[in-house]
Design a protein around this ligand. Structure first.
Ligand code: UD1
Ligand code: CA
Length: 456
């Protein structure tokens, strides 16, 4: 059967105390609303309509790449009113609409599929996800008839003494027959404790019209909504655990999974070993047999097989096979580091290409440079890439030996197999196979101290 989804994301999230709309807060590196969109997609729902309101432009911008459509809810008059705003989206459709909320990112594609299948195979007009919890505080309660059928949902603030004791809660996730939903949505009233149009009242309306309502109970974890920063941290912890478990199942060793922070879209090859304190972000790919000693941050980068990294920061760059990075190295965006390279301590690489087998072992800055293979950088080399106006390019050939404390004033070229004497400031092209010395010759003034009367 045809199906589509409406995603409620117009609320402000007052309890977050944030300038950012609630649904754009990130869980394991991805906005919560995007987690839900991706889950819906994995459950084979292509047509997703997002209800936006508070911070609409920001929400649109952040979800834009996911190819969804939008409905605007200008005033937040409740979840039922929010769905009403999707009328145009639903109007000419027949089949099933799934309704989810942008603030509950732990829902899984399996559960979404199960919900739709259960709804359709039983010909229900509405089906909801529920959960049994010890502390149902704040949630809508599921009120069932004596025969077990769902009768209605009562919001916490509207509950009677008796209803407050019900431990089955409404997860806020549903499937409806589109026609039945559209027929009921106009009948909602806001005559309740919060003066809002509750989507939950649709259940009672359908029921009183003799329609069949279904319910599936799921693990509370999947239904957890985020209303505050505390809940954000709770959900993050569960999501992190899921991600880390998946990597361990794939053959990655996490020495201390509770202290390893891997974003949801990161890929890691098997037999890679990750020590605690590593933060691996964005769309990073780490291939097999890598060794990540503690405390690195790696963002949107590709780390090839057999790489060793210690206490370093790598951003938007590629690191070739069997290379070692760190401790305390900083690889900045758009850098491409070759195979079997050594990037040692206190080395910063910015927007540069470093050829295979080159060694940059200590205290060096390389920016806007193309460096060949098998070069050796002495301690304290600086590529002087900025002249106060523009960034200039430096080109270094293969097998170059750059002596300690060299300044390479860009734009400049050092050709293959050449040597630069330590302490040189290179301003002109260095020809192949030659030695460049660019420093004042040493002068020893003998007995200078004695003659000056400075001897102690
Ligand atoms: C809702 C349910 C409650 C359920 C709970 C589960 C209703 C009336 N209540 O309560 O039964 O137990 O979820 O988490 O539906 N939103 C809009 N426009 C609005 C209001 C809300 O788009 O006018 C969006 C919010 O951005 C949010 C979602 O709908 O993503 C849920 O709204 P929220 O105010 O958090 O509902 P709850 O009080 O948690
Ligand atoms: Ca909520």
């Amino acid at each position: 059967m045809y199906n589509c989804a409406v995603l409620l994301a117009a609320g402000e999230g007052k309890r977050m105390k944030s300038a950012i709309p609630k649904v754009l807060h990130k869980v394991c590196g991805k906005e919560m609303v995007n987690h839900v969109i991706d889950v819906l997609r994995r459950a084979d729902i292509d047509d997703v309509n997002v209800i936006v309101g508070k911070g609409a432009e920001k929400v649109k911008e952040s979800t834009n790449s996911r190819n969804v459509s939008y409905s605007l809810q200008e005033k937040q008059l409740g979840t039922g009113h929010a769905v009403k705003c999707a009328k145009e989206f639903l109007m000419d459709k027949k089949g099933t609409v799934a309704i989810f909320t942008g603030d509950a990112p732990l829902i899984t594609a399996d559960t979404v599929k199960k919900l739709i299948a259960f709804h359709e195979s039983n010909n229900y007009k509405g089906t909801m996800l529920t959960s049994i919890v010890d502390n149902p505080y704040g949630y809508g309660r599921v009120i069932r008839k004596d025969n077990g059928e769902v009768n209605k949902i009562v919001e916490h603030k509207d509950c009677s003494e008796e209803e407050l004791n019900v431990k089955e809660i409404n997860a806020g996730m549903y499937c409806f027959d589109i026609e039945a939903l559209l027929n009921s949505i106009d009948k909602l009233s806001n005559n309740n404790a919060q003066g809002e149009y509750y989507l939950t009242d649709v259940i009672e309306i359908l029921k009183s019209n003799g329609k069949k309502i279904g319910a599936i109970s799921v693990d509370f974890e999947e239904t957890m909504g985020i209303n505050s920063r505390l809940q954000l941290a709770d959900v993050e912890k569960i999501m992190r655990k899921r991600i880390n478990n998946q990597h361990m199942e794939n053959g990655v060793t996490l020495i201390d999974p509770e202290n390893t922070y891997i974003d949801s879209e990161v890929q890691i090859g098997n037999d890679t070993i990750i020590f605690p304190g590593n933060i691996i972000e964005g769309k990073t790919i780490i291939r097999e047999n890598c060794m990540l000693y503690p405390n690195s941050r790696i963002k949107d980068s590709v780390i090839e097989k057999g790489v060793t990294i210690q206490s370093s920061v790598i951003l938007e760059s590629c690191v070739g096979e069997n290379t070692t990075v760190g401790p305390f190295a900083y690889i900045r965006p758009e850098s491409v580091i070759g195979k079997s390279v050594r990037i040692g301590d206190f080395v910063e690489i910015k927007k540069s290409v470093i050829g295979d087998n080159t060694k940059v072992s200590h205290l060096t800055y390389i920016g806007d440079a193309e460096v060949g293979e098998k070069c050796n950088f002495g301690c304290g080399t600086v590529v002087v890439n900025y002249d106060g106006k523009v960034k200039n390019k430096t080109i270094i050939g293969n097998n170059a030996f750059i002596g300690c404390n060299t300044n390479l004033i860009s734009p400049v070229k050092v050709n293959d197999n050449s040597y630069i004497a330590a302490g040189s400031t290179i301003t002109e092209e260095v020809p192949e196979n030659s030695l460049a010395i660019a420093r004042a010759r040493q002068v020893n003034k003998e007995e200078w101290v004695t003659k000056r009367g400075l001897k102690k």
